[in-house]
Write a protein that binds this ligand. Structure first.
Ligand SMILES: Cc1cc2nc3c(=O)[nH]c(=O)nc-3n(C[C@H](O)[C@H](O)[C@H](O)COP(=O)(O)O)c2cc1C
Length: 218
């Protein structure tokens, strides 16, 4: 017996904070995304850069986790950083098709996109790594992300050892850590509307590298 089922089944919000119409959107989806993200920041959405990243592994299973969007490169793609040897890194080695999703709840907005992912240049990854706080650099060096570890104590021990090792040194970016660029080929903007009659505007990149814009039913 679930204590929350009754609540879940009966929860019904009506969305009425905005609308998304063809005559107000930007013809360039990167500009449109930038504008929406900027509004999410000014409206103080918590973690507006939290991006749900979906990958597909070599068994065909999709897997979703949150990573932080770190840069929008106009007309090129979205950037995030991670461990290249992690589960998501291995999935990307196998299949470069990924999807992402943002949900900005206070604005009743969702953005979902798909694209092909590639590694950022080592120079760009170095530049970002070097901008991180010392402790985060150590964390990236020490954590074999997605691998099993025997205990929390061992993890802390590894971290503390590295802190001592790098006490008087600036850590360089480890080879196993860096950035990815998601080159978008489709992106959909969703604005909640009343009575479930939401707005969905979808941009798809065509063969001539132009964005086609269509409206989808909610
Ligand atoms: C708010 C938030 C931000 C996160 N940001 C990142 C990130 O930028 N990079 C990253 O590798 N993991 C990030 N994580 C952790 C991932 O969700 C995930 O646990 C980790 O990357 C391992 O995923 P994997 O085993 O599928 O590779 C974040 C988690 C949360 C909740």
């Amino acid at each position: 017996m679930s204590a929350t089922n009754a609540h879940i089944a009966n929860a019904r919000l009506n969305y009425n904070k905005g609308q998304l119409l063809e005559n107000t959107i930007n013809a360039n989806p990167y500009q449109q995304f930038d504008a929406w993200l900027h509004q999410a920041i000014t409206e103080q959405v918590q973690e507006p850069y939290a991006m749900h990243l979906g990958t597909v592994n070599d068994e065909g299973y999709p897997s979703v986790r949150v990573v932080l969007l770190r840069e929008i490169i106009m007309n090129e793609g979205l950037v995030f950083f991670t461990n290249y040897a992690s589960n998501k890194g291995k999935a990307i080695d196998h299949n470069t098709k990924v999807s992402v999703n943002f949900f900005w709840e206070p604005m009743e907005r969702q953005v979902r996109a798909q694209g092909l992912v590639e590694k950022l240049s080592p120079q760009k990854s170095d530049a970002y790594f070097n901008s991180r706080p010392h402790e985060s650099k150590i964390g990236a060096i020490v954590s074999k992300q997605s691998q099993i570890i025997a205990s929390r104590e061992l993890l802390d021990e590894n971290y503390n050892k590295a802190l001592v090792e790098y006490a008087n040194a600036t850590p360089a970016r480890p080879q196993h850590w860096g950035g990815y660029l998601i080159k978008l080929n489709q992106i959909e903007f969703w604005q909640g509307r009343s009575s479930r009659m939401h707005d969905r505007i979808n941009y798809t990149l065509n063969k001539n590298n132009e964005w086609n814009i269509i409206r989808l039913q909610p």
